[in-house]
Write a new protein. Structure first.
Length: 96
């Protein structure tokens, strides 16, 4: 079994569906802090909010509580959620 240095390598080789929620989120977070990887930060966020759906209902300020998340990373996460919302809207518009 191969281990990847970063979830991006796993995504490239096995596809996005093979990643855990924490691995997907860690790709958006990109880098960690001293002593804490991006995946560790992602796990903390998911533990606090329970799921992506739980995260989507939070204000951007709530994310500032996590050490290792600054404006750029929070904005990246918010943009990803907005893209997901628009996909859902477009899909539901096109459904009979």
């Amino acid at each position: 079994m191969k281990t990847w240095a970063h979830p991006g390598g796993k995504l490239r080789e096995l596809g996005a569906e093979s990643l855990t929620d924490a691995e997907l989120l860690s790709i958006l977070i990109s880098t960690g802090t001293k002593g804490k990887s991006a995946e560790d930060i992602a796990k903390e966020i998911l533990d606090k909010f329970n799921s992506f759906k739980g995260m989507a209902n939070q204000s951007l300020e709530k994310f500032l509580e996590f050490k290792g998340l600054g404006d750029v990373k929070i904005i990246r996460i918010a943009a990803a959620f907005e893209i997901a919302k628009r996909i859902v809207k477009q899909t539901s518009k096109n459904s009979p």
